[in-house]
Design a protein around this ligand. Structure first.
Ligand code: HSE
Length: 430
C-alpha cells in the first residue's frame, strides 16, 4: 500500500511531540497499521523559528492551501488551536476528502457535531481523543471499551491547571495568584488562564465526554459552569475539618433520558479516588450500569502525552483507510436533547453563613431550610472573627437545585444572616 501522507497544522508543543513520536516509534507504527506514514507538509506561522525537533525545511509552509488543498495529503493533523478560522480550514480539508485528527477541544466543543456530520457525509474520519485529558485514552474508552454499557455518571478532573492550584492551596496553604503563576511557568495553563480558572476549558471537555457517553447532542451552553476564583483558604480548611477535599470537578449524569453537565468546585470525601489525584494530573471516573465504577488516570497535557493520543488516532484513521471503512467513526445521537430541570438535579451541598450570634438566630435559619424540606448531614457552629458574629457551616443531605436556590434566596431575606459566605456541591459519597 502507498505511504500515507500527513499534513501537520501547528508545530508548537504538541506538534513537536507528534513529529517525535512518529519518528521514534516509526517501526512499531508501520508494523501495526501495515504501511508507512510520512509527514509531507507542516503549517507554521514563522518559517525561520528554531525548532526543538529535526524536520526537513521543505516540509514547512505558511500557506494552509499547501495542506488542505494538496491532493497528495490524506490526513490533516490539527494541533494549532483556534476556533473559527481553524473550523473553516478543517471544513475545507474535509470537502477535499482529507481525514482529520485534532487535539482542539475549544473547536470540537463548539463546532464538533457539525464537523463530525460533514466528515461522515464525505466518508472521512475525524478523531479527537487528544482533546480531552491529553494522554488518557478516555474518549476511545467511552466509545469503544465501554460501548456496550449504559453510562450513568462521569466525574472528571479534566483541567490540570486548576487541579494544580487546588493541590498547592490545600497541601501547602499557598495563595491562588502565586500558584497560578507557577502553573503558567510550568506550561500547562492556557495562554489566557481565565479559561482554566473559570471552568471553560473543563466545560468544553465535559461537553465532549457527555456527548459520547450519553449519545445525546449536548452543547457548551448546556454546562453549568463555576470556576475556582472564589475559593478561599477558609473554605478549604472547613472542608478539611469535615473530611472533604475541594476540587474543580466536571460532572455529567443521565437519568431517564435527561442529562445534566456541570463544572464546579466540589467537595469530595478525602478518600474518594478523585480526591487523591494531585497536581496537574487528570482523572476521569466513569460509572456504568453494568461495569460499575472505573477510573482513568494520567497526564492531561504536555507534548509527548498529547502527541501519543494524536498519533494513536492517526493510526486508527490509517487502519480505516486500509480497510475501506472510513467515515464510520461518528454515530448519530440516539437520544433527543433533554436536560434535567432544577427540580431533577440532586446533590448534597456545603453552605457557609455568617450570622448574628443571638438567641433564636439558629432556629430562624433552620426554619428556612425545613420550609424547603432540606435536612442536614453535618452542622458546625463557630465563633466568627468579630463580636456577636458566628459562622455556621452545614452539609445537607441530597437536595434539588430548586430547593437550594429557594433556601439561599430566603436566607438572604433574614436579618440574622449577615452574609452567605460560600456554597459548594458535595459529591462522591452515594
Ligand atoms: N490548560 C489545560 C489544562 C491544558 O490545564 O488542563 C490541557 O488541555
Amino acid at each position: 500500500m502507498k505511504k500515507i501522507q500527513v499534513g501537520l497544522c501547528g508545530l508548537g508543543t504538541v506538534g513537536t511531540g507528534v513529529v517525535k513520536v512518529l519518528e521514534d516509534h516509526q517501526e512499531q507504527i508501520k508494523h501495526k497499521v501495515g504501511c508507512e506514514i510520512e509527514i509531507s507538509k507542516i503549517l507554521v506561522s514563522n518559517l525561520e523559528k528554531t525548532r526543538d525537533v529535526v524536520i526537513k525545511q521543505d516540509w514547512l509552509t505558511i500557506d494552509p492551501a499547501d495542506l488542505v488543498d494538496n491532493p497528495e495529503i490524506d490526513v490533516i493533523i490539527e494541533v494549532m488551536g483556534g476556533i473559527e478560522d481553524t473550523n473553516q480550514l478543517l471544513e475545507r480539508a474535509i470537502r477535499n476528502k482529507k481525514h482529520i485528527v485534532t487535539a482542539n477541544k475549544d473547536l470540537m466543543a463548539v463546532h464538533g457535531q457539525k464537523l463530525l456530520r460533514l466528515a461522515k457525509e464525505n466518508k472521512c474520519d475525524i478523531l479527537y481523543d487528544a482533546s480531552v485529558a491529553g494522554g488518557i485514552p478516555i474518549l476511545r474508552s467511552l466509545s469503544d471499551g465501554l460501548a456496550s454499557d449504559h453510562i450513568q455518571k462521569i466525574m472528571g478532573i479534566v483541567n490540570g491547571t486548576t487541579n494544580y492550584i487546588m493541590t498547592k492551596m490545600t497541601d501547602e496553604g499557598l495563595p491562588f495568584d502565586e500558584v497560578l503563576e507557577e502553573a503558567q511557568a510550568l506550561g500547562f495553563a492556557e495562554a489566557d488562564p481565565t479559561s482554566d480558572v473559570d471552568g471553560l476549558d473543563a466545560a468544553r471537555k465535559m461537553t465532549l465526554l457527555a456527548n459520547i457517553a450519553f449519545r445525546m447532542e449536548l452543547n457548551l451552553e448546556d454546562v453549568h459552569m463555576v470556576g475556582i476564583r472564589g475559593i478561599t483558604q477558609e473554605d478549604i480548611n472547613f472542608a478539611e475539618s469535615l473530611d472533604y477535599t475541594i476540587k474543580l470537578i466536571g460532572i455529567a449524569s443521565m437519568q431517564d433520558g435527561k442529562a445534566e453537565v456541570t463544572v464546579e468546585p466540589t467537595l469530595l470525601p478525602k478518600d474518594h479516588p478523585l480526591a487523591l489525584v494531585k497536581n496537574e494530573y487528570n482523572a476521569v471516573y466513569v460509572y456504568g450500569e453494568a461495569v460499575g465504577e472505573t477510573m482513568f488516570y494520567g497526564p492531561g497535557a504536555g507534548s509527548l502525552p498529547t502527541a501519543t493520543a494524536v498519533v494513536s488516532d492517526l493510526m486508527e484513521v490509517v487502519k480505516n483507510i486500509r480497510l475501506g471503512i472510513s467515515g464510520n467513526t461518528y454515530i448519530d445521537p440516539q437520544f433527543d436533547h433533554h436536560l434535567k430541570s432544577d427540580s431533577e438535579k440532586f446533590s448534597r451541598q456545603f453552605i457557609r453563613l455568617e450570622v448574628e450570634d443571638q438567641a433564636g438566630a439558629f432556629q430562624e435559619i433552620t426554619n428556612v431550610f425545613s420550609d424547603e424540606k432540606v435536612s442536614f448531614a453535618k452542622i458546625l457552629q463557630l465563633p466568627g472573627d468579630r463580636e456577636k458574629i458566628a459562622e455556621i457551616v452545614m452539609v445537607t443531605h441530597k437536595i434539588s437545585r430548586e430547593q437550594l436556590l429557594k433556601s439561599l434566596a430566603n436566607l438572604k431575606g433574614l436579618d440574622v444572616v449577615k452574609r452567605l459566605i460560600s456554597h459548594y456541591r458535595v459529591d462522591g459519597e452515594e
